[in-house]
Design a protein around this ligand. Sequence first.
Ligand SMILES: [Zn+2]
Length: 201
Amino acid sequence: MESAYHKEIITGKKSVCEIEAGDHIYCKRRGGLYDHHGIYVGENMVIHLAGKAKKLQLYSCQECRNKGFINGEIAKICLDCFLAGKKLRVYAYGVSYFQHKTRKNGTCCIRSARPCHQVIAAAVHLLEHGGFGSYNLLANNCEDFAVYCKTGFAESKQIIGHIKRLTFIFPIVGAVATLPLAAAYTVAKGITATRRDHSPT
Ligand SMILES: [Zn+2]
């Protein structure tokens, strides 16, 4: 039987004051073109794979200056800077196969999440010691990072969702245009998974 808390997680309807340390949170970026993901680690801070563009750049707010930290492409920033005014959403774990198929790609996962303290420990470990590899939109993105912290497996679905939508809107042109993208995604995923398997944990 689903608890009220579990139901909130499933629907992604939690407010800023209700999220708990260890939650995988995300918000829209660039008008909904893509979502940005991170792990809420408590004390109003989020650890996320920021990518090369954000390298060596820490937000200038007081909270980030006091409690923020950057190591390569992984950063700990405050929740306000992470959300940048966008609505907070919570990624759902342990959803049914039916829910996974009917929800938007990149919002939920069939796998169960680890206990919160393990999720936080994984995010902090990657922040302090690295080992997740460089940001790659197709194969090693912010969603991969958050799912990896939550489950021990890296998998992002929002790119697959974009490919599906393109193919649906432009059946022929989309199929031709997205085939190389899908192939690149598969190859890049394999390379990244191999690299991560051999990196220190
Ligand atoms: Zn900040």
